[in-house]
Ligand binder design. Structure first.
Ligand code: NAG
Ligand code: NAG
Ligand code: NAG
Ligand code: NAG
Length: 521
């Protein structure tokens, strides 16, 4: 339109000159708009709302994340879509609640034959349509499958390096320097094959040397950024740490260096890797054209007691639909775009990254599928966001019960509550313990989270909130009408054939799976 107007007003100038000028203008502006922003998503594992210094932890240290926060924005009401790992990751990558994609109930295991269905569209696939280089470094946890069907390279990632599930799902021979075995309470499962490290669809190390893993993750991340920068391609890096999941540990450089024991050491090592990524961006002079978003997959696992994480002032932790299970730290960094030293109380979720990143890249979101996220770019520019609802599904959702809780503006209604082992069998709050059985609430428990973030004062049976509960009920019904439950990819889908093994078909299984250079018997 602008072009037509211009030719009109310049009609006394020779046509060839107008065309030449237009060509130059178009060329200049298009090469500018072609500079699509790079995207880095840093995803911590089981890092709770109260675990970081800028969220109030008195002895945690995370200097690089603090720098990110100072130069960027801290979210105080950011939610993961699930209180546990696989579903939370499925929703992050698809922008859809886990029950839609079939990533329920619970999580994938080392012998799971299922995975994130291949017909789900991941954000990596969306960004690839706009010429992005894509990589996942770290923990995948969306299935491997018998024929490695579900690995990231089949889900839009050009490059993958890491363990495809949690490091407590394989024998954890050593956790602490110098080669001290993990503690008895770590649930390091010894029935499955050693933790495999995949590079693309090839196992390059089994079992994984956990002590050096973070160093390699940081190195691969930096290498990926540098390579894309040299090629001049925009990139999407998804760096999913194994820290601070249990068993907590750190490499030699970080063991015994924090004030906060093993958890603090693990966090310091994670933080160091964040620093490596930020440093690489800075060196490549890409900081001003890169959105770096840091958050966590779910609340803290509290069952490891002194080694566990912290939900701060929030109730319970991982595995529950109380705030401690799903409200997580989140920090956004993009100098020049996101105002520094900013802090937002707007509601946002991991579900929102999908539409936000697609928009940043100028990509269309998939049509014909229900997305659950909203664009949070306004929030990043210090304006109001558009999310006023958030829906909570438990660790193991069941179509019979549906949603456990609904957040509407500052209110949260619990229709069902349940404790969970990851929120600690000995938790001081009996509501968090696994012994707190599934309980239906009618009227729902109702909390005003602005006044009462710890969910202590139930308003649900006070007459003045009747109308509000009706409104929340209708929002819940409206949402649940849109939910078609994807066939479960987890329940009843397991076989030893799916366990990753470097020497597929060997015996004695599973120790025969070790890669040749491994020193551990
Ligand atoms: C993927 O395929 C399954 C099985 O045919 C179907 O039920 C589901 O709706 C599909 N999902 C998407 C996102 O197309
Ligand atoms: C895996 O691949 C083999 C060989 O192509 C095939 O026979 C088998 O059916 C596949 N299994 C699954 C679960 O895809
Ligand atoms: C860390 O501290 C523990 C407990 O004091 C000790 O056993 C271990 O040797 C220390 N490790 C290092 C690397 O300092
Ligand atoms: C409201 O609910 C609380 C907690 O469930 C209970 O202790 C209290 O007795 C109830 N009050 C009324 C008026 O029902």
């Amino acid at each position: 339109m602008a072009a037509t107007r211009k030719t009109g007003s310049l009609s006394y100038v020779p046509n060839w000159l107008v065309l030449a000028v237009l060509f130059i203008i178009l060329h200049l502006t298009s090469s500018k708009t072609q500079k699509k922003p790079n995207i880095v998503v840093l995803f911590a594992d089981d890092l709770g709302y109260g675990d970081l210094p800028m969220y109030g932890h008195p002895t945690s240290s995370a200097p690089h994340l603090e720098r990110m926060a100072q130069e960027g924005m801290v979210f105080t009401q950011f939610y993961s879509s699930s209180p546990v790992c696989s579903p939370s990751r499925a929703a992050l990558l698809t922008g859809r609640y886990q029950v839609r994609s079939g990533v329920w109930p619970g999580v994938f295991w080392a012998d799971s034959t299922g995975g994130l269905p291949l017909n789900e569209t991941t954000i990596a696939e969306v960004l690839k349509t706009q010429g992005y280089d894509t990589a996942i470094i770290g923990k995948w946890h969306l299935g491997v499958g018998v024929n490695q069907t579900y690995l990231p390279t089949n889900h839009g990632f050009d490059y993958c390096y890491g363990i495809p599930y949690s490091h407590d799902m394989c024998p954890c021979p050593v956790c602490f320097w110098p080669k001290v075995p993990c503690g008895l309470n770590d649930n390091c499962n010894s029935q499955w094959t050693g933790c495999p490290v995949y590079e693309n669809d090839r196992i390059v190390e089994q079992p994984a040397d956990l002590l050096t893993l973070s160093g390699r993750y940081a190195k691969q991340a930096s290498r990926f950024i540098q390579t894309s920068a040299e090629k001049g391609n925009p990139f999407f890096l998804y760096l999913a740490f194994q820290h601070t999941h249990h068993p907590q540990f750190a490499g030699v450089e970080f063991t015994n260096t924090s004030q906060r024991g093993e958890f603090g050491d693990a966090l310091l090592e994670l933080d160091w890797a964040v620093g490596e990524v930020l440093g690489t961006l800075q060196q490549a002079m890409l900081q001003d054209n890169t959105l770096v978003f840091f958050t966590s997959d779910n609340g803290p696992s509290l069952r490891n007691e002194q080694r566990g994480g912290s939900a701060g002032l929030l109730k319970c932790g991982k595995g529950t639909t109380y705030e401690g299970g799903q409200r997580v730290p989140a920090i956004a960094h993009w100098p020049g775009v996101i105002p520094d030293h900013s802090r937002t109380t707007e509601l946002a979720s991991t579900l929102d990254l999908f539409p936000t990143l697609a928009k940043l890249a100028g990509a269309a979101v998939p049509s014909g599928v229900v997305l659950d996220g909203v664009d949070i770019l306004p929030i990043l520019q210090n304006k109001h966001g558009s999310r006023e609802l958030f829906f909570y599904y438990p660790t193991s959702p069941d179509p019979k019960y549906g949603l456990y809780a609904v957040r509407y503006k500052q209110y949260k209604a619990h229709y069902y509550t349940q404790g969970e082992v990851n929120s600690d069998p000995n938790n001081h709050d009996p509501d968090c313990r696994p012994s707190a059985q599934l309980t239906r609430h009618d009227p729902p428990l109702l909390f005003n989270l602005n006044n009462d973030p710890s969910e202590q004062f139930n308003l649900g049976n006070m007459s003045e909130y009747k109308q509000l509960l009706k409104t929340i009920d209708s929002k819940k019904v409206e949402f649940e009408k849109t939910v078609v439950w994807g066939e479960s990819q987890i329940a009843g889908h397991s076989s030893p054939d799916a366990e990753p093994c470097y020497n597929k078909g060997c015996s004695p299984f599973p120790t025969c799976c070790h890669t040749p250079q491994w020193w551990w018997p």
